[in-house]
Design a binder for this molecule. Structure first.
Ligand code: SF4
Length: 382
């Protein structure tokens, strides 16, 4: 839809110009005001009080073909064929069968972009993604259709990701029908068994998403993700919209399913307590880059990157009376559109020295399975 776009130096204000000749189905021209109205609708609560997207402070139709938007935070958006995405660069990890890799970082770190790229909802401009040894990065649409069965996604907001016009049964069954996975006469039995597995009753098969609770919708999202027996599930903030008591139930369900089915999870979350609960290993991202990767125990007991330490200092300690010293990072997260030179974290790092401003640190192994991107990783005082 967009023919041209530009972004301000601080990465906060975007200007879009529509392509020539865009028409609605009734023949009316698509205008910048139409686009502004659509984006405004994303930020308004729906009937369940949930917002599809809410990332702008100001939206303006400059003329019929041009509109501008101002971001709430410096997300570092770039435009590709799928729309607006966050710039991510140099992220590398693997996930083994039956393993959960937690992916953490502040809002704007690029976590969700990584998840969408793994799912090939966004095409990477370079690098590769391997699933069961196969490079899926450049797989064509026919091959991706087959591969998608192996990779499914669970979203933060199941209400926004589920087709609200379909019953719960149809939401799950349509994948079986589309992939001709089982004979039609057996589909209901398969859906019923899957509902039971994720803790939904057969009476909920006829309900629509708006008739289910948040917990039930997240269970329905899990059933939909599982119906084709995938090997990998990308879970993007899957419990952050749920009450704490419900979060534990959904997390335990995901862990039980993993034990039973040998699933691999890429678990994206800003909530470190949740990540500590579910992950086997954890990757930390800052401004579109990996800065630390190690097993859960090591990350939470001996974090080595100063950004990881600052993140962990905000996590409550479960022991009565115990507390972590809070590390307050100075300044705001910079724009990934125009990231700082050298180490991207140098503008906020308490240990930064001259070379941090000019030399970009790479991920280096400092122990078994423990990688950190920091020039001074051996010198920092814990
Ligand atoms: S490379 Fe320098 S600025 Fe970056 S985390 Fe290490 S000490 Fe801080």
């Amino acid at each position: 839809m967009v023919g041209d776009w530009s972004v301000s130096d601080d990465g906060m204000v975007y200007s879009f110009t529509l392509r020539d000749g865009l028409m609605w189905h009734d023949g009316d021209p698509v205008t910048a005001a139409d686009c502004v109205a659509s984006i405004e609708r994303w930020g308004k609560p729906d009937g369940m009080g949930q917002k599809l997207m809410d990332f702008t402070t100001e939206l303006t139709a400059v003329d019929d073909k041009t509109f501008t938007l101002t971001l709430k935070e410096p997300y570092g958006l770039v435009l590709d064929s799928h729309g607006l995405v966050l710039a991510v660069d140099g992220v590398a990890f693997d996930i083994r069968a039956g393993e959960t890799l937690g992916l953490v970082g502040e809002s704007g770190s690029g976590k969700s972009t990584v998840g969408k790229t793994v799912m090939r909802l966004i095409d990477p401009t370079s690098g590769e993604i391997r699933v069961r040894g196969e490079d899926v990065t450049r797989a064509g649409s026919a091959r991706m259709r087959t591969l998608r069965r192996q990779m499914q996604m669970v979203f933060q907001d199941p209400y926004a990701s589920l087709n609200t016009r379909l019953s719960a049964r149809s939401i799950v069954a349509e994948l079986l029908e589309n992939y001709s996975e089982v004979p039609r006469g057996e589909i209901d039995d398969r859906v019923r068994a899957l509902f039971q597995r994720v803790g939904l009753g057969p009476d909920q098969m006829v309900k629509y998403p708006h008739e289910l609770s948040g917990r039930q919708r997240q269970r329905l999202g899990a059933a939909r993700a599982l119906v084709l027996n995938p090997g990998l599930i990308v879970a993007d903030e899957p419990v952050s919209a749920l009450d704490v008591s419900v979060q534990a139930q959904v997390l335990n369900l995901l862990m039980d399913l993993q034990d039973e089915l040998g699933l691999a999870y890429l678990f994206i979350s800003h909530d470190l307590a949740v990540v500590e609960h579910i992950s086997h290993r954890v990757a930390v991202m800052y401004l579109g880059k990996n800065v630390e990767l190690t097993d859960r125990e090591t990350l939470f007991s001996d974090p080595r990157h100063s950004y990881t330490r600052a993140l962990l200092s905000t996590v409550p300690v479960p022991e009565p009376g115990a507390r972590r010293d809070r590390i307050i990072l100075k300044g705001d997260i910079p724009s990934p559109i125009n990231p700082p030179s050298g180490c991207r974290f140098h503008t906020r790092c308490p240990f930064a020295e001259a070379r941090c401003l000019s030399e970009e640190p790479v991920m280096c192994a400092i122990g078994s399975g423990h990688q950190v991107a920091c020039h001074l990783v051996d010198e920092q005082v814990g």
